[in-house]
Ligand binder design. Structure first.
Ligand code: NAP
Length: 252
């Protein structure tokens, strides 16, 4: 069993569902995000409801200081972390090539540099302690070319698959979690019009978290919640070029 988990982006959506489920299972937590009052309120609720310890780290993970603050919690040997959930994320409105490059840098830092730094800190600490687990929240978007976001998520998927194999001998499990559409604050915050997404494609954050933790227990390096998305992700990898082109062009 995991004893202490660090969850980034725990103030809403998938990260919040991870924090709640892990606390319900009796794990102590370190929760990370930018909004201190939300983090404190969640920490107070989880402490009183489940009797677990919850540490709060306020950090903007797109900054070097924020990455360092979260990394420090991972390397603190007095409060060892057994599970890292690299979840914090956001999207940027507009297609690459039309957006402000400073905003693209911010996205790259949040979706690529931050999980890389946190994985680095976690692997180095866990390897010296006999093992640990890492969940990197990627996306089914990783399986198709669709802008910078899908490229960032493909990077995380690829690194996770390699790390899971490479660090197996020091007992470190790394999972790439690849959900489809999940009802969270992600789309409204990113000003995305998702009105045409059919109802059957929407998942609940709780469903995604349950599938991820079940797959983690089974040492699955890639977790794709629900059968329908397993099929879609499988098809995406073998889809003909004409269809890939149609998807890449959609919304231009
Ligand atoms: N929703 C989907 O359909 C979907 C599908 C596939 C993958 N994902 C991935 O799932 C992850 C979680 O997304 P979600 O859907 O749960 O979105 P969400 O509801 O918007 O939650 C995002 C979380 O990340 C935190 N966050 C955002 N920017 C941050 C920053 N710069 N530094 C630190 N924390 C930051 C937010 O907290 P604060 O605002 O308090 O900082 C919040 O807790 C993301 O990596 C996303 O790419 C989402």
């Amino acid at each position: 069993m995991t004893r202490r988990a660090l969850v980034t982006g725990a103030t809403s959506g998938i990260g919040n569902a991870f924090a709640k489920e892990l606390a319900r299972r009796g794990n102590d937590l370190v929760i990370v995000a930018r909004t201190t009052d939300k983090l404190e309120a969640i920490a107070a609720e989880l402490r009183s409801k489940h009797g677990v310890e919850v540490d709060v780290v306020t950090a903007d993970l797109a900054t070097s200081e924020g990455m360092q603050a979260a990394s420090n919690a991972l390397t603190d040997t007095t409060r060892p972390v057994d599970l890292l959930v690299n979840n914090a994320g956001a999207s940027l409105a507009g297609w690459f090539g039309t957006t402000d490059i400073a905003d693209e840098d911010y996205q790259l830092d949040l979706l690529v540099r931050a999980p890389m730094h946190l994985m680095d800190a976690a692997i180095k600490t866990m390897a010296g302690r006999g093992g640990g687990k890492i969940i990197n929240v990627s996306s089914v978007a990783a399986f198709t070319p669709r802008g910078v976001y899908s490229a960032h998520k493909a990077w995380l998927l690829n690194l996770s698959r390699w790390a899971d194999i490479h660090y197996d001998d020091v007992n470190i499990t790394v999972q790439a979690l690849c959900p489809g559409f999940v009802r969270t604050e992600f789309h409204p915050r990113g000003q995305m019009d998702v009105s045409s997404v059919p109802r059957w494609m929407w998942l609940k954050a709780d469903t995604v978290v349950a599938a991820s933790l079940r797959d983690l227990d089974r040492d699955k390096s890639v977790s794709i919640p629900t059968f329908r998305y397993k099929v879609l992700a499988g098809l995406a990898q073998y889809m003909p070029k004409t269809l890939v082109t149609r998807i890449a062009r959609r919304g231009r």
